[in-house]
Design a protein around this ligand. Structure first.
Ligand SMILES: [Zn+2]
Length: 315
């Protein structure tokens, strides 16, 4: 018997990816468009529709039973709308209704991209087998999601676990979100580079002032570069420890471009966690690198659609 499939969409500020995915998370068909992020909302939607048109043209489409969408946030899963910070043409955009309209009325499940990556790591990656985990993406921004009691916990609007905008520095720098001293304001790639530049570090000839360049300098022993990563690690550790203390996660998975720094990030992160995760019930908290790579958003969106289907079937 041929198994049912789900369609998955991963919508970000630079690309819109689509796939048909089976119940074991295998991607059978995939397609992609650049996100026309600076264009009006209808132009962005046309790119989504082009991705969906390639999926619906596949001979496998007849087996698709649901659509899962992981989108850059904020999203509002209860309203079916998205307002991605990096896509100004979409504010309260009715993405769920629009996708349903071009996919023959299939059920559509919407979650934020942090929740999608968390679903993927829990299903197939570093959080597999963990009933309570925090998964994070540290790159241009800092996002995340939660697994609680063995299930993804997206929250009512799909944004739960958004650790990047927890404040860890009460009087810290203003954050674009409106608060101060957010984890993202200290630990994101651009902020790691900014802090290193302020301390006098300079990229090599022909090199960008990126977190990757700071990581290379840190590996070579540059004290300013090392200090910038230590500060980022401290902010991440404080946010992770706060999360663990609130909801008793025992694992924090860290992915994204900044996590590619490897031990330059993870060594000070593990040290800093000992300073902040101090109570008996959080002392066993561990940190692990993400395993899912660039398909995490698609696989997680598929997981959300499959989970919803099994919930509906189970009722
Ligand atoms: Zn913030």
């Amino acid at each position: 018997m041929q198994t049912d499939l789900v369609a998955a969409l991963d919508i970000g500020g630079t690309k819109i990816a689509g796939a048909l995915v089976d119940d074991r998370g295998r991607i059978l068909v995939r397609t992609q468009r650049a996100t026309p992020a600076r264009e009006d909302g209808e132009t962005v939607m046309r790119a989504v529709e082009e991705v969906l048109a390639e999926l619906t043209a596949s001979p496998l489409w007849s087996r698709a039973r649901a659509v899962g969408i992981g989108s850059a946030g904020p999203v509002d899963a209860s309203a079916g709308t998205v307002s991605p910070v990096n896509v100004p043409g979409w504010r309260g955009f009715p993405l769920v209704a629009r996708v349903r309209a071009v996919t023959g009325g299939l059920p559509v499940e919407l979650i934020g991209d942090g929740a999608a990556i968390t679903a993927a790591e829990h299903w197939q990656g570093a959080a597999r087998g963990h009933d309570n985990a925090l998964c994070m993406v540290v790159s241009t921004g800092v996002g995340g999601g939660l697994v609680l009691n063995g299930r993804l916990h997206p929250g009512p609007t799909g944004n739960a676990g958004h650790i990047g905008h927890i404040s860890v520095d009460l009087d810290g720098d203003p954050c674009p979100c409106g608060a101060r001293g957010c984890v993202e304001r200290i630990a994101s790639g651009p902020n790691i580079a900014r802090r290193a530049l302020e301390g006098g570090w300079r990229p090599g000839p022909g090199e960008d002032a990126s977190a990757a360049a700071v990581a290379a300098a840190a590996r070579a022993g540059d004290p300013v570069a090392l200090a910038s990563f230590e500060r980022a690690a401290q902010a991440l550790a404080a946010g992770i420890a706060a999360t663990a203390t609130l909801v008793e996660v025992d694992l924090a998975v860290v992915g994204g471009g900044v996590a590619k720094a490897g031990d330059v990030l993870f060594a000070p992160l593990r040290t800093a966690l000992k300073d902040y995760a101090t109570l008996s019930f959080v002392q066993r908290l561990t940190v692990a690198p993400a395993q899912m790579g660039t398909d995490a958003g698609l696989v997680g969106a598929a997981a959300a659609a499959l989970t919803r289907r099994s919930d509906v079937t189970a009722v």
